[in-house]
Design a protein. Structure first.
Length: 176
């Protein structure tokens, strides 16, 4: 583990990873397929994929050897928030995980500023989430419906909009 006075581990030259000019490496690991997983200050770079920014990752699970990341996918854009669903999970076997799993957990969790689950339709519900997105002021809002919810019915859309508005109001500073 590196600390404040030591530099982050240098990414090997043969990694094939091209970072943005102002992006910095936090942790990396070689995979079983001789590729690399790289955690940066902006997001996670997985083999054969574009970078997933931290706010785009819905779930990450570490088995002790394998990292499985489930990206979030925008299903619908509504006024003031996005409706999200899980995209296909990506699993990689890390040969020497170092700080990668801890950084993924810390940064994905750190991007979430608000989360709350509400019942909206006969015992099933919706999770309202406010996340920090690099380069944007305030929180970006999204919802994820439980699998049995009829998300497009007028009553559910109205209830969801009210829940997001309530969450926004609860997280907006009043003394600015």
């Amino acid at each position: 583990m590196w600390d404040l006075f030591r530099r982050a581990p240098k990414l090997p030259a043969d990694s094939g990873i091209t970072l943005d000019s102002d992006e910095r490496v936090i942790a990396w690991s070689r995979t079983s397929s001789d590729a690399y997983v790289v955690a940066t200050d902006r997001g996670l770079r997985l083999p054969d994929r574009d970078r997933l920014d931290w706010h785009q990752i819905h779930k990450a699970v570490w088995s002790g050897r394998e990292l499985t990341v489930t990206p979030a996918s925008v299903v619908e854009q509504r006024d003031g928030y996005d409706v999200m669903a899980d995209a296909s999970p990506v699993s990689v076997l890390l040969l020497e995980p170092r700080e990668v799993p801890a950084q993924v957990r810390s940064r994905v969790t750190g991007s979430v500023s608000y989360t709350s689950h509400h019942v909206v339709d006969g015992g099933v519900g919706v999770r309202v989430v406010g996340r920090k997105v690099r380069g944007r002021d305030g929180l970006t809002w999204s919802v994820r419906y439980d699998s049995a919810v009829e998300a497009s019915t007028p009553d559910v859309v109205a209830a969801t909009g009210a829940l997001v508005a309530e969450a926004r109001a609860a997280t907006t500073p009043r003394d600015l």
